[in-house]
Design a protein around this ligand. Structure first.
Ligand code: AMP
Length: 254
C-alpha cells in the first residue's frame, strides 16, 4: 500500500544551523533510552548520534507515560523528542486490531509546513516499524486524507481546522487516541486555533497521555496547559520566554 505521508510531502527546510549552535550539556547516547532496535536503527540512519538536551529530558519521561509541558523552540530536536516515544509506545502497547478511522496518536501543529516536517520525522524514524500515519491539513483536496483515514492509520499529524472538518463529518474517530501532542502551542493560540483545539480535545478519551510543546509560556498557554495536562513534568531547556537566539530585535521610534 502507498504510504499516505508521501502524498503530501513538501521539501523540508531544516533548522540544523540552530541545532549545531546548541552546546550539548548532557552527552549520552540513544541506547540509554531502551528504544526498540528498529528505532535505534532509524535514529542512526538519520545521522543522530547524541540526543539533544530536550530529547535527553523528554524521551525518558514520555516513555514512562508522563504528561509533559516542555519549553522548546524549533531547531532543538523537539520533534524526535515526541516522535520516538510515540513510535515506541504504540509499538509496545498491545494494540487491538486497528479499526478503520481510529488513530491512536494525534499531533496538532499550527501550519502545513510544520505538519509536513513533523510527518517526515515520523516517517524517517518509523521506517522500520509497521505503523502508518496520515498528514492532514487544509488548502488541498480532502480525498486522499479521507481515504487514508478510512483505511486505518495509527498516527495523525494535523492542523486543527481541517481535522475538525473531518471530525464533524465523522470521517475520523478520535475516541481511541492514546497520546496527544500539541506542538508549537503558542503559535496555535496566536493563529486563533483555540476553539478547534478545544473541540478536538472534547472528542478524545479522558484517559490519555498529553505532551505540550511551546516556545513561550504566556498566561494563556499556562491556562491551556492546566486544562489539558495531568500532573505534568515540566521541561525548560531554554531561558524562560527567550526569543530564538538568531532573532535580532530592533526598535524604531516613529
Ligand atoms: P526540530 O527542532 O525537531 O525541528 O529538529 C531540528 C533538526 O534537527 C531536524 O532537521 C532534525 O532532523 C535534527 N535533529 C533532531 N535530533 C537530532 C539529533 N539528536 N542529532 C542531530 N540532529 C538532530
Amino acid at each position: 500500500a502507498q504510504d499516505p505521508y508521501n502524498i503530501f510531502l513538501l521539501p523540508v527546510p531544516t533548522a540544523l544551523t540552530a541545532l549545531r549552535a546548541t552546546s550539548w550539556s548532557i552527552a549520552l547516547s540513544f541506547e540509554t533510552f531502551n528504544l526498540h532496535p528498529a528505532l535505534l536503527r532509524a535514529v542512526a540512519e538519520a545521522g543522530y548520534t547524541v540526543p539533544t538536551p530536550i530529547q535527553a529530558r523528554a524521551i525518558p519521561l514520555a516513555l514512562a507515560g508522563h504528561d509533559l509541558q516542555a519549553a522548546a523552540q524549533t531547531g532543538t530536536g523537539k520533534t524526535a523528542a515526541f516522535a520516538l516515544p510515540i513510535l515506541q509506545r504504540l509499538d509496545a502497547a498491545v494494540s487491538e486490531p486497528r479499526g478503520p478511522r481510529a488513530p491512536r496518536a494525534l499531533v496538532l501543529v499550527p501550519t502545513r509546513e510544520l505538519a509536513a516536517q513533523v510527518a517526515e520525522s515520523f516517517q524517517d524514524l518509523g521506517r522500520h516499524l509497521k505503523q502508518r500515519g496520515v498528514l492532514i491539513f487544509g488548502g488541498v483536496g480532502p480525498k486522499p486524507q479521507v481515504k487514508a483515514l478510512a483505511e486505518g492509520v495509527d498516527i495523525v499529524v494535523a492542523t486543527p481546522g481541517r481535522l475538525l472538518d473531518h471530525l464533524q463529518l465523522r470521517l475520523v474517530d478520535l475516541s481511541r487516541i492514546e497520546i496527544l501532542v500539541l506542538d508549537e502551542a503558542d503559535r496555535m493560540l496566536d493563529m486563533g486555533f483555540i476553539r478547534p483545539i478545544r473541540k478536538l480535545i472534547a472528542a478524545l478519551p479522558k484517559q490519555r497521555q498529553n505532551l505540550l510543546f511551546s516556545a513561550t509560556f504566556s498566561n494563556e498557554i499556562r491556562e491551556l496547559a492546566r486544562g489539558i495536562l495531568r500532573d505534568p513534568q515540566s521541561i525548560d531547556i531554554a531561558p524562560r520566554n527567550a526569543p530564538v537566539e538568531l532573532i535580532d530585535h530592533r526598535v524604531y521610534h516613529v
